[in-house]
Design a protein around this ligand. Structure first.
Ligand code: ADP
Length: 319
């Protein structure tokens, strides 16, 4: 396949994976922040990452430029191979969120990258078809192909990954009143280490509680039933283990709930926490309350507030 355009830029948002009771099967997109990826057609086949930079002071020098080690590079290589491209691309990545923080940073780069390359071709693939290629990029960061960040980063909304073989995505429009607060304490957690902590087996009663909550959360989101969402946003399987990796986790959660959040848990594998609220004002108050808890512990933190996004990645320019 030949490129129809020379250059394209796409945006992909931060995402919250797991969403308390939906470990590995649920994620949602935010409106901001997000990464931007520009791709430029080259005659030489393959992928060259020219720069990974940030315009908001984030450190990016540790992020890999090697295309097989960068999630954007890996995703593009898979896509170029999948469409039997007769061209290569140079890639510029602008990061707006830190890597390894649980905000789906690696997925955002992979998502924006495949959406930008698809735009060079006049978008032959639907967004949902790009998820497979985005997952190949994500595998670089986490060691396995998973979709709970990259699927919402590409197709937007709340996404349930019903199954992987074959991939079966269920997209739910978020209720319009739902806002997400994310607090990122300035410390990093390796997704791999956070996974190794988890038990290999769980008691049946614990599983029953968790799947009741997950079903309740999905029903609550579809119905826009805030009470049901609040009753369901509990994780009895993963959070009890991972909380230990996050300084002051339970104090942060209590502060969020006291400030009016419907629920609060770990975003992805942490160390960020997310909380859902029914208005922007409450979401901001939740952020202020959690920020104060971090400040009391002498931990720097950054707070993000965003509505849950209907859309995911989008093309910003193509020519
Ligand atoms: P996050 O939830 O922030 O994406 P992960 O642990 O899943 O956290 O991914 C972060 C890892 O992915 C880091 O080791 C980082 O070096 C690697 N990585 C590779 N490419 C990128 C990229 N383009 N953006 C962010 N992280 C990347």
């Amino acid at each position: 396949m030949k490129a129809a355009y020379q250059e394209a830029t796409a945006f992909a948002p931060a995402t919250v994976a797991n969403v308390a009771c939906g470990f590995d099967v649920l994620g949602f997109a935010l409106e901001s922040p997000g990464d931007e990826v520009t791709v430029h057609v080259t005659r030489k086949p393959g992928v060259q990452i020219i720069a990974v930079e940030s315009d908001n002071g984030l450190p990016t020098s540790h992020l890999p430029l090697h295309p097989h080690k960068n999630t954007a590079g890996g995703a593009i290589l898979a896509l170029l191979e999948g469409i039997q491209a007769k061209f290569g691309v140079e890639v510029h990545i602008r990061k707006r969120m830190p890597a390894g923080s649980g905000m789906g940073s690696s997925a955002a780069s992979a998502a924006a990258a495949v959406v930008a390359v698809n735009a060079l071709l006049e978008e032959p693939l639907a967004l949902e078809q790009l998820v497979d290629f985005g997952m190949k990029g994500e595998a670089i960061a986490s060691g396995s192909e998973h979709a709970d960040n990259v699927a919402p980063a590409i197709i937007g909304g709340i996404v349930l990954i019903r199954g992987y073989h074959p991939i079966d995505l269920v997209r739910i429009d978020p209720p319009n009143n739902l806002y997400c607060t994310i607090i990122r304490p300035h410390c990093a957690i390796s997704t791999k280490a956070a996974r190794e902590l988890l038990p290999k087996q769980i008691p049946l009663q614990t599983a029953i509680t968790q799947w009741g909550n997950l079903a309740g959360l999905i029903a609550g989101l579809i119905r826009g039933d805030d009470g049901l969402i609040a009753r369901s946003l509990h994780d009895v399987i993963v959070e009890p283990y991972r909380a230990a990796l996050i300084p002051g986790f339970y104090a942060l959660k209590e502060a969020a709930l006291n400030a009016g959040a419907l629920g609060c848990s770990i975003s992805g594998s942490g160390p960020s926490l997310f909380a859902l609220s029914t208005s922007e004002n409450i979401a901001r108050a939740v952020g202020t309350a959690m920020y104060a808890v971090c400040a009391d512990m002498h931990i720097d933190s950054t707070v993000y507030v965003s509505r849950l996004a209907h859309g995911g990645s989008r093309v910003l320019s193509v020519h």
